[in-house]
Design a protein. Sequence first.
Length: 303
Amino acid sequence: MSTARNKGWLAAGAAMVGASLALSGCASSDPLDSSTGGDTASDAIVVGSQAYYSNEIIAEIYAQALENADFEVERNFQIGQRDAYMPSIENGEIDLFPEYTGNLLQFFEPKTTATASDDVYAELADALPDGLTVLDQAPATDQDSYNVTADFASKYDVRSLADLSKVTEPLVLGGLPELEKRAYGPTGLKNVYGVDVAFSATGETTVESLVAGEVNLANVFSADPLIETNDLVTLDDPEGLFLASNVVPIVNETIADDVADVINAVSAKLTPEGLVALNVQSTVDEMSADDIATQWLTENDLL
């Protein structure tokens, strides 16, 4: 991953939201508001999110899509990381949550060897605790990926990691120092794709090093806004070198059938490029999750 990812807003802001919720049951379009109000809060579908801007955007998309389908929705956003929110999902306090297949599978099955998208999704369905299930996974991912510049991709007609074998110039992979020893690092590229690469520990300047030509292959998270803002090309991974982590809704089984049509329609249109664009709107354009979600749903004929 080329840069440290912004994992959320200030905890103080979350505390203020919690205090305001205790005093008011009024509906709100604020994406951090964890209640849409009304006298039947117990009937509301509770949608949660991590304390991570990209995850909150997806959760807000879920929430608005459900509201458009006449469901009552309560928002419980900016909770934290998986250890913090998973107990609330398991005990039914949260009904619906955007997750990531590979990372979630490893949470429940640390020794899994599945890496390819379909294999991870199938194994995840069996690994979940009783009472929980997953709906359709989206094409969008938030995982390790290898990227090249658009000029490089055009010059060598490179679209997948397998295509790297036809590149005639020496390949230099940039990334965090630990990438050199990881299973999907230089050794993995050699074993899985027959591609030899040198390694450069570019750390937090990986994308800058790629754009400057200091390396020609870079490890960047697949939903990183820098992919769009620097016109990078994420290479396909047909052999499953990386652990696939597609966006996937985890849901309480008691409401799964009720919300499936709405949420699966969202997942079907959430593409890798689309998720990057949503993240650009947050980090570069500084739009709110509420506005980003409304615009995306409208553009995709879901609102």
